[in-house]
Design a protein around this ligand. Structure first.
Ligand SMILES: Nc1ncnc2c1ncn2[C@@H]1O[C@H](COP(=O)(O)OP(=O)(O)OP(=O)(O)O)[C@@H](O)[C@H]1O
Ligand SMILES: [Mg+2]
Length: 389
């Protein structure tokens, strides 16, 4: 089923119900200290193949989490486990501190108060905008004034009140997704799950819609997980980003933290452009061919002060600058035009290469000898390269 109609008046079991027609109701009334959602050690396999493999996740009240990962890493399966469309083989899912999936506990999807928005929106083609949103509120209170007020409220929230009598085929892609969002928000879900909701939109529209949707999510105060492949979208949408790899969360953190301090090489390579070059320790400093920074708090490196071949650092192209210099250590091997910037590939004496992002005020041709160094204020992020051991 694409969208679960949630009837909160007759929960057989499940999370405490919210009255969707109560204008003062909040989505986060379990208290700010209780996470809206928690997955602890969740495991799920299909046909003996593990797909979700010890997944841990905490979504705080009112938080928007961007769930990012490669195709097939288990993002949709994670959402299906949270919504209750799949049962975990092991582990626990809690909503507002109450177990919804776990040993001896399996709250059906209709009692979880989870809203879902999918890639294609999945509006009912034979229902108007207003009727689609009304569907989200169930059938039983039809004609109820408070219900009608709630429909108008969510349509206004997504800026669709003027188009409430249109049919889905009369809407643009962006409008379609806004109605899908209104329909999912109408019953005041505890948790809203969005599975790549903008991937069918063209890039320009997508940028506008993502801005609008983030505003709507924040205004509504809903706790949400937003799945995307698109790292730029994740950096923009997420209060926090969870990077998934092979059925588990590899790192969760604020966008800046994930970008500048990736916990693993996978995360570093997945978010933004990253190059890895050898490093060594010189007293209090972490030294590389492109400069040095203070030795950081870094567990896991017990090597000597010299190069042992396993210590390396991540450098991002925006952290480097270069200028033409006969004494420089680098040689430009390639220039990529990137609109407002050029991305230069620079080879270093060790045989490693870095990339350097520069504005058009600096122009180097291939073969130029350059001095390449760290821009002020940028630190180096060390990693242990186990492949070199
Ligand atoms: N019902 C199922 N039966 C068998 N295998 C499944 C089932 N559902 C998912 N899988 C497999 O589990 C893996 C994860 O699928 P999932 O749809 O969660 O990936 P995803 O991260 O959402 O990928 P995408 O970004 O392409 O949407 C895939 O290898 C998929 O083929
Ligand atoms: Mg998917």
């Amino acid at each position: 089923m694409l969208f679960k109609n949630i009837d909160k008046r007759k929960p057989s079991s499940g999370v405490d119900p919210v009255d969707p027609f109560d204008m003062a109701a909040s989505n986060g009334d379990a208290g700010p200290s209780v996470p809206a959602l928690e997955c602890r050690g969740v495991v799920k396999g299909f046909g003996g193949e593990p797909v979700i493999d010890g997944l841990d996740l905490v979504l705080e009240q009112g938080q928007v989490m961007a769930l990012l990962g490669r195709s097939g890493c288990g993002k949709t399966t994670t959402l299906r486990l949270i919504a209750g469309f799949e049962d975990p083989d092991a582990g626990v899912v809690l909503m507002n501190g109450q177990t919804v999936s776990g040993p001896g506990e399996n709250v059906p999807p209709e009692n979880r108060q989870v809203g879902i928005v999918l890639q294609e929106g999945a509006l009912f083609p034979h229902l108007t905008v207003e009727q689609n949103v009304a569907y989200g509120l169930g059938k039983e209170s039809r004609g109820n004034g408070r219900r009608d007020a709630r429909i108008q409220e969510v349509l206004a929230m997504v800026g669709m009140e003027q188009l409430s009598h249109r049919m889905p085929h009369e809407l643009s892609g962006g409008q379609h997704q806004r109605v899908a969002l209104a329909r999912a928000l109408a019953p005041r879900p505890r948790v809203l799950l969005l599975d790549e909701p903008f991937s069918n939109l063209d890039p320009r529209l997508r940028e506008q819609v993502r801005k609008d949707v983030l505003e709507i999510l924040k205004d509504s105060g809903v706790s949400a997980i937003f799945v995307t492949h698109d790292q730029e979208e994740a950096l923009f949408m997420g209060d926090v980003i969870a990077v998934m790899n092979q059925g588990a969360v590899e790192q969760v953190g604020q966008p800046e933290e994930i970008f500048h301090h990736p916990a693993t090489r996978f995360v570093a390579e997945f978010i933004g452009l990253a190059d890895f070059i050898p490093a060594w320790r010189d007293g209090d400093h972490l030294v590389t061919e492109v400069g040095s920074t203070e030795w950081p708090a870094f567990d896991g490196y017990e090597g000597s002060d010299g190069i042992d071949g396993r210590l390396e650092v991540m450098v991002r192209p925006d952290c480097l600058m270069c200028h033409a210099s006969q004494q420089g250590q680098g040689v430009i091997t390639r220039r990529e035009f990137r609109g407002p910037f050029n991305l230069y590939h620079v080879s270093l004496p060790s045989g490693h290469a870095v990339r350097c992002l520069l504005s058009h005020t600096e122009n180097f041709s291939v073969g130029t000898t350059v001095s390449v160094g760290l821009r002020n204020g940028h630190a180096l992020t060390p990693f242990i390269n186990d492949r070199a051991a």
